[in-house]
Design a protein around this ligand. Structure first.
Ligand code: GAR
Length: 206
């Protein structure tokens, strides 16, 4: 089973979806730690309740981005992950952070990338008149919400959607998409950046 560390900043529902998947004996990954950049992240208590070791490093407790990332990297070194899953981790990782784990860091973003990277994705999708939204799991590279796409799922945008109602609908498919993507990556024999996906496996929900 692949060792996975999940990085969070908030409620951690994607982290929990992955933890629930990993609880099955036949799932090819296990969560060995959860790291947050916020001590008050709701996901920390949820991880602890499942017996997962947690760590929190507030950015303001460190003098620089490099020192903050250094603390996270130290924690990672003790956890020895095969894969790192960003799950609502609201920080851009530097190339120094990514390098030792290159091709082994996944992120989930609540849009159909490359559309609407960054913040306020749902509001922007609605304002653009999109009829379809969704989520993307991708390999993390230096650019924000860039990197090779592993899996995507689509959901409709309804005429009376608000950013919140759309976010709620997308979040449900995020959980399913992240589980599937982690399973595929954990099972892939070669480089994680080159998973064998069939064309039917990119869209998992419409
Ligand atoms: C999720 O919608 C995730 O896709 C998004 O934050 C939310 C975290 O929810 N991530 C980003 O916007 C990253 N660019 P969660 O804490 O309940 O998993």
């Amino acid at each position: 089973r692949k060792r996975v560390v999940v990085l969070i900043s908030g409620g951690g529902s994607n982290m929990l979806a992955l933890a629930d998947a990993c609880a099955a004996d036949d799932f090819p990954a296990e969560i060995v730690g959860v790291i947050s950049d916020r001590k008050d992240a709701g996901g920390l208590a949820k991880a602890e309740a499942r017996g997962i070791p947690t760590f929190a490093f507030e950015r303001k407790d460190f003098g620089s981005k490099a020192e903050h990332e250094g603390a996270v990297l130290e924690a990672l070194a003790t956890l020895k992950p095969d894969l790192i899953c960003l799950a609502g981790y609201m920080r851009l990782l530097s190339s120094d952070f990514i390098r030792p784990y290159e091709g082994r860091i996944l992120n989930i973003h609540p849009s159909l990338l490359p559309l609407f990277p960054g913040l306020h994705t749902h509001q922007r999708a609605i304002e653009a008149g999109m009829k379809v939204a969704g989520c993307t799991v991708h390999i993390v590279t230096e650019g924000m919400d860039e990197g090779p796409i592993i899996a995507q799922a689509a959901v409709p945008i309804l005429h009376d959607d608000t950013a919140q109602s759309l976010a709620d609908r997308v979040l449900i498919v995020e959980h399913k998409t992240y589980r599937l993507a982690l399973q595929k990556i954990a099972l892939s024999k070669g480089q994680p950046r080159e998973p064998a996906f069939g064309p039917d496996q990119y869209i998992i929900s419409i």
